[in-house]
Design a protein. Structure first.
Ligand SMILES: Nc1ncnc2c1ncn2[C@@H]1O[C@H](COP(=O)(O)OP(=O)(O)OP(=O)(O)O)[C@@H](O)[C@H]1O
Ligand SMILES: [Mg+2]
Length: 265
């Protein structure tokens, strides 16, 4: 399989994507000429000021919105709608309140017609990775925000998507829970390298998780710079203490922060 020639070059190919929104006072260019290739198993973090089009870009890759011009291809196929190969985790946990944790994690697999026995086993594996085995029979209302987000993560992984799209999934969490979830996500990714597209406002989070950071800038939204994060894996919270980590974090933080300041003028 590995040596077979693929009919496409990159896992995700974004070519000349622009997005205009029609507003009362005319059209607004939210994304301008975005070109980006993402390879299999890459963990991409996208940072940039509020309103620079990060969510817009994610929604276009997810097939939830259409680009005004340009194309997005996932594994060589043009994205025309939300397909099965894409798992999305939003900022606000979208769990089914009437289903237990276990049933929530199993839901996507059930929709795919995966047999009960396999569903159970797979759900168990991912609940273990995110540290929620003990809560398998609990309902979402009995969980904290961080725990709910861990269920969302386990569910996304359990459906075995080719790519994972995450829009500030840890944005609403406190620092400690956030660190725990970063660890969960790192563990999951280090075990099974899904291609990830992860939006965050947190430069430290971006450096910790990613193989590559995309810095976007606003008005109109575009890709300003792509930075390789060459820190070795496995990574964990202690990686944040290394000089290499801090050099990179400062470099990127300066770039993003300067952009914020320019934007605020
Ligand atoms: N449905 C819409 N109609 C009109 N304008 C929109 C719509 N959605 C987004 N926009 C505008 O497009 C721009 C990009 O929005 P988007 O949500 O992609 O930004 P973002 O980078 O995700 O911001 P944040 O960091 O605050 O989440 C913003 O200026 C926003 O006002
Ligand atoms: Mg957004």
């Amino acid at each position: 399989m590995e040596n077979e020639k693929k009919p496409y070059e990159h896992e995700i190919e974004i070519k000349g994507v622009t997005k205009s929104y029609e507003k009362k006072d005319g059209s607004f260019l939210a994304l301008s000429e975005v070109n980006l290739n993402i390879d299999r198993n890459e963990f991409i973090c996208v940072v940039g000021p509020s309103g620079c089009g990060k969510t817009t870009l994610l929604n276009i890759i997810a097939g939830l919105h259409h680009a005004t011009t340009g194309t997005v291809k996932v594994r060589g196929e043009e994205v025309t709608g939300p397909g099965k190969g894409k798992g999305v985790v939003f900022q606000q946990y979208a769990l089914y309140p009437w289903l237990t944790v276990e049933k929530n994690v199993e839901f996507g697999m059930k929709m795919k017609g995966i047999p009960k026995e396999t569903r159970r086993e797979t759900a168990k594996k991912y609940m273990h990775i995110v540290g929620l085995e003990k809560f398998a029979k609990s309902y979402p209302k009995e969980l904290s925000g961080g725990m709910k987000q861990r269920v969302a993560l386990a569910r996304a992984y359990a459906t075995n998507p080719e790519i994972l799209l995450m829009d500030e999934p840890f944005g609403a969490l406190d620092a400690q829970t956030r660190a725990q979830l970063q660890e969960n996500l790192l563990n999951a990714w280090q075990q099974e390298k899904k291609t990830c597209f992860f939006i965050t406002h947190d430069v430290e989070e971006a450096v910790l998780l990613s193989t590559k950071i995309i810095i976007m800038s606003a008005s109109p939204g575009r890709i300003r710079e792509v930075i390789n994060v060459d820190l070795p894996y496995p990574r964990n919270q202690e990686t944040k203490l290394t000089p290499e980590f801090n050099t990179l974090k400062n470099e990127i933080w300066n770039k993003v922060y300067k952009e914020y300041l320019q934007h605020a003028k």
